[in-house]
Design a protein around this ligand. Sequence first.
Ligand SMILES: [Zn+2]
Length: 468
Amino acid sequence: MKISFHGAARSVTGSRHLIEAGGARVLLDCGLFQGRRHESDVHNRDLGFDPESVDVVLLSHAHIDHSGALPVLAKEGFSGKVYMTRATGELTRVMLDDSARLQENDCAYVNKKEGRRGKQCRRPYYDSDDVRDISRRFMDARYDDTVTVRPRVKASLHDAGHILGSAAIRLVAATRGSTTTVLFTGDLGRKQMPILRDPESPPPCDALIIESTYGDRVHTESAEEIKAKVHQMVTHAVAHRSKIIVPAFAVGRTQDLVMRIKALVKEGRIEPLPIYIDSPMAAKATAVFRNHPECYDEETYRTFTSEGDPFAARYIHYVSSVQESMKLNATAGPCMIISASGMCEGGRILHHLKHAIQDEANLIAIVGFQAEHTLGRKLVEGWDTVPIFGVPTPRRAQVVRFNGLSAHADRNDLLAYIRAIKPTPAKIFVVHGEEKQSFALAAAIQAEHGGHSGIDVVVPEPGSTHEL
Ligand SMILES: [Zn+2]
């Protein structure tokens, strides 16, 4: 068996791992590379392998850094099927449509700007037709069922508790009388998060490919501390009639935060304040959440069966049109505005920040991971002046940082996950982390398991191939 790493190796973006075994070429995830424009261009136009030669894709979850290059694959000659849970399939369609639209807008903008300087035209990586093409190949797989990928290659999906429909992928390949089993975590979630079940305990494997987004960090906030922080934030906004601006990705934390506020209102601990979910994609994603009660944890499922829609309340408003969104700029507080993009790199959140950031009564709540070089990262780092639409803007609003709302396992969770695999896999590849995070996790694994004979921990280089 051969494994090659074509993305999310020593970085957090563009998850793509190719496995050759049992006469098949199986791609685990096909994520979009997001980052600086030139670098993204290189990695998204050439995926690092021949798309035509790939037989099957197995998709861990819908996040764009795992699914976003699927249409490129189809465009470049891939003719196989893509297996994933049904919830992941529906979410992925929503995400890819949005990604195609964003690319078209982005290119139109850049072309207009560069056109004046007589430069070459930019093209999107794919358009909505390519999204439709690849969507036709989506195949539903249920958690724990066995999918026969090829006569000698079988796969199964195991709840990863990261976002709706997310899965760890187990691949079993028979070669020359013996079998080799690989387990790929995709992104791992955490225990006791709202809506989702806890990550399923890992099945046995010979080799493990594990994410390391938080390989060197521990989420120090408990569920109670998060609750207290949300409580304090809402109370502050009500008292000061101010705004809480929340940059959030449409899938996952948006629904998570809404559920936590609903719980506080239900317990009578806070007055409800208007919550505007200003993202057409969040509305669509929430609709997918509604369609998949089979993915809920017990509590959410109980709410669903007794009270109906767990994501609705009279004070929650889904905002779709641009006009409605613009109206929010002039809307008086108290209110909460949740909008994308989650790292403040584009989208409607920039307008809300522009209008709210200079008022010291307002709050900006950072609920997710913020990559290097993003506006979100600058806010987390406490910059006093930040660029918004290229204009240096003084920040007076207070930044409230949640680290416990992350949908990612932390270092302790990751180590516990590995500990639960019996026997310890002989080979462990650490992927999907900034270098510091990946190497720190690798060292921690080595320290814990290195004494056992023959355990090899690798932080693969991008583009590298490893024989098992
Ligand atoms: Zn993810």
